[in-house]
Design a binder for this molecule. Sequence first.
Ligand SMILES: *Cc1c(COP(=O)(O)O)cnc(C)c1O
Length: 222
Amino acid sequence: MTIEERIKSIKNEIGDKVKLVAVTKTYPPEIIKVAYDSGHKIFGENKAQELIAKYPNLPGDIEWHFIGHLQTNKVKYVVPIVSLIHSVDSYKLMNEINKEAQKRQKVVNCLLQFHIASEETKFGFNLDEVKKILDSEEFYNLKNIKICGVMGMATFTSDENQIRKEFKNLVAIYYELKNKYFVNNDEFKEISMGMSEDYKIAVEEGSTIVRIGSAIFGKRNY
Ligand SMILES: *Cc1c(COP(=O)(O)O)cnc(C)c1O
């Protein structure tokens, strides 16, 4: 299948209520342009340097999502480009995003990344850490970030039951936060979960955004 056919087939599978972020890390602008020309406009990168390098070589109406661990010293480069940061994983990062957004008089949409996998290496909050932040006064002074939902990555495993359990956990976290802190906030609505290997399970469990790279563009060469 071509890139265009793969995107079309994934969009058919996930339905029109789930957003597809085509993850373009390691792929050059020429390849990304093929997806763009087929009509897809939402792309995701996980490294600030790579995003900054590619962004000027691609059309300006692309909706860029940042999906990887973001260091605070890179925030100033990413904030002007992206429309959603999926990977907010510390108060320090929130504060920095807010600061840079304020300078540019914009509001940056963010998702809270939760650690739901069994691997220790994956970044993300646990629920107690987030509750502490959302209970704090400082959080409500961050007027230039908007928390739009949650994000998580399941364990890299072939055990479907485990993956499903982890996604269910993220969905439970989403609803707990929704009911306690965002009940009247229609913008807190996103659950970003599901990658090439597990997006079907993620969609069954209630994902609203899937982040898919290799199933569209082929195997990555690092
Ligand atoms: C690379 C990456 C993806 C996409 O991975 P694939 O397995 O290629 O679909 C999704 N989310 C994050 C955070 C990533 O870094």
